[in-house]
Write a protein of this length. Structure first.
Length: 106
């Protein structure tokens, strides 16, 4: 049987170790990013294509690059999302309608 004090000490030791590791990781990330991103003059304003991730101009209206492949993928995904949304609505109506009919409300 584990005593309450030893369990409390083990939990405190684990928490202290986690806090120390988190602080160490935060400091490491801070050091790693200071040199890369501290000078915003080195970074150009840009966006990324939603499909392929390539860099595109910030003045571009859309979220896609001009690649026909990305445009086709986007349109296909949009069509699939619309169909899925429609089927979800039909399913909810079928379930609710069946339950309401069974209860004698309709």
């Amino acid at each position: 049987m584990v005593s309450g004090k030893s369990l409390k000490d083990a939990v405190k030791k684990s928490a202290d170790k986690l806090a120390k590791n988190a602080a160490k990781g935060a400091e490491t990330m801070k050091k790693a990013t200071v040199g890369k991103y501290s000078n915003s003059k080195n970074l150009k304003d840009h966006k990324h294509c939603r499909e392929c991730g390539k860099m595109i101009s910030p003045s571009t209206d859309g979220l896609l690059c001009k690649s026909q492949e990305c445009i086709d993928k986007f349109e296909k995904n949009l069509k699939v999302k619309k169909q899925l949304r429609l089927w979800m609505i039909v399913l909810v109506i079928a379930i609710l309608g069946g339950n309401l009919f069974q209860m004698g409300i309709i």
